[in-house]
Design a protein around this ligand. Structure first.
Ligand code: MN
Length: 463
């Protein structure tokens, strides 16, 4: 309650009432680990409050298990809390019911994931707060997963890695994605986890020490150049994301330059570029590692400048530069838009065009696909890594990793796709099964006689 007191748009009395109602309803119930059940509801609501969501979402966080696990009915909720909060609680409840309705013996894991993914996405399309409460619920269930039976642990943890964490990433809530993955990691791959932690522990400590030293030097350089810095901190790479990255580098830790990175927050965009210039005057950048996600944001809206530089003592380190607003977006993603709403701007700003477009596309897709198909398509199209490809006019198309010129042609226009005769990448002719890489300029050569063949299905990655 204390942290809500400073938030003028939060109806603290209503939140308190939701707490009292939930506490009374769950009285006598306890979690698998023995704590009173209400501790779970509080943990969920607390996280929702940290995301700076509104009163309805916080209250629904407190009440999220009442319909499922207590005597309270929908009518009770609606009478006391109104339609909006009841709708949110119902939404979260429906999402949770999936595991009780399926019999693992007759349903494949993939079908199970397809089902839960479909529900999550449908809920998301209706009201993003439902999915955020569900993610908060999953986060706390993972934090207390050790108390559960072993089969349940494995299932919940794996489902988190497969579905919940990618969704958190797509929603742009970077730290939640990292937290979900790191909570699930030891349950899904216990051996790899313990091996990695042992291997990395010393280097993380050493890296932190090193960044602390570097931080002073970098801040001194920036101050000398008259660059104003809002704040600067070390950020440590999450274990699971490190594990996945190391798999790409033969598990060689020496190949990883961003185990610990320096994150500098600067007042505005111009200052970010200015700071990058100053840093490169003092530290030589590693070629190919300067990334301008300010001019070219990631699909989930992430913006920052990244550069990896030589520290002068044979070591390299990564620096990330961003404005406070970019930082808020990187941490809170779509939830940041609710924070704007809270600070007095209109609620219509809660989703920018891109996110709305994404949800619209999903809706259309869900209407026409069966579940297994949908899951496969989504796995490929939405949850995997993306490449960014330019049209000759400089427009950006984002495609799944491994996309070919044909995918690009269809992304530009279906008609262009149908009449693809050939393709040029950066001015050179390539085969239609050529694997595109981010930053390439692709030009499609149209041919009147070309038309889709069955063979093309083999060459195409997108749905
Ligand atoms: Mn719950």
């Amino acid at each position: 309650m204390q942290k809500l007191a400073t938030r003028p748009n939060i109806d603290v009395a209503l939140v308190r009432l939701a707490y009292q109602t939930a506490a009374a309803a769950h009285r006598g119930q306890s979690r698998a680990g023995g704590e009173p059940y209400i501790t779970h509801c509080l943990a969920v609501a607390d996280f929702i409050a940290d995301l700076h969501l509104d009163t309805a979402a916080i209250a629904a966080g407190l009440l999220h298990d009442t319909l499922e696990d207590t005597e309270l009915t929908e009518a009770d909720l609606e009478k006391q809390f109104g339609k909006e909060i009841t709708f949110l609680v119902k939404g979260v409840t429906k999402l949770g019911q999936i595991q009780y309705q399926t019999q693992p013996s007759v349903v494949s894991k993939q079908q199970l994931y397809a089902k839960s993914l479909r529900r999550l996405l449908l809920a998301m399309a209706k009201d993003i707060r439902v999915i955020l409460i569900k993610l908060a619920d999953r986060r706390h269930n993972l934090a207390t997963l050790a108390d559960k039976a072993p089969e349940a642990r494995q299932r919940i943890a794996l489902e988190t890695l497969e579905i919940y964490a990618p969704i958190a990433e797509r929603l742009g809530i970077g730290y939640l994605k990292g937290q979900l993955e790191d909570l699930a990691f030891p349950f899904v791959y216990p051996q790899a986890y313990h091996h990695l932690v042992k291997q990395v522990k010393q280097q993380v400590t050493a890296g932190q020490k090193y960044i602390t030293k570097v931080r002073h030097a970098v801040l001194a350089n920036l101050a000398q150049a008259g660059v104003i810095v809002t704040s600067a901190d070390a950020r440590i790479k999450h274990y699971y994301s490190l594990y996945k990255k190391m798999q790409r580098f033969d598990m060689d830790l020496n190949q990883i330059n961003d185990l610990v990175a320096l994150r500098v927050i600067l007042p505005d965009v111009a200052t970010c570029y200015e700071a990058l210039g100053v840093i490169h005057q003092h530290y030589r950048p590693l070629p190919g590692r300067i990334k301008d996600y300010i001019a070219l944001p990631r699909l989930n809206g992430y913006q920052s400048l990244h550069t990896t530089v030589f520290g002068g003592d044979g070591r390299m380190f990564e620096i990330q530069l961003r404005t406070p607003e970019m930082h808020r977006h990187a941490e809170h993603g779509v939830a940041a838009h609710w924070a704007y709403a809270e600070s007095g701007k209109s609620k219509t700003s809660r989703a920018d065009g891109r996110e709305v477009e994404w949800v619209k596309q999903l809706k259309a897709w869900m209407e026409e696909s069966d579940e297994t198909e949908l899951y496969k398509g989504l796995k490929i199209d939405f949850l995997n890594d993306r490449v960014f490809i330019f049209t000759p006019q400089g427009d950006i198309k984002d495609l799944p990793e491994g996309a070919t010129p044909l995918d690009f042609a269809y992304a530009v226009h279906t008609e262009i796709g149908h009449h693809t005769g050939g393709a040029k990448v950066n001015g050179k002719l390539v085969a239609l099964d050529y694997e595109l890489e981010s930053g390439q300029v692709v030009e499609i050569i149209k041919s009147k006689t070309a038309h889709p063949t069955l063979d093309w299905l083999r060459l195409i990655k997108t749905a």
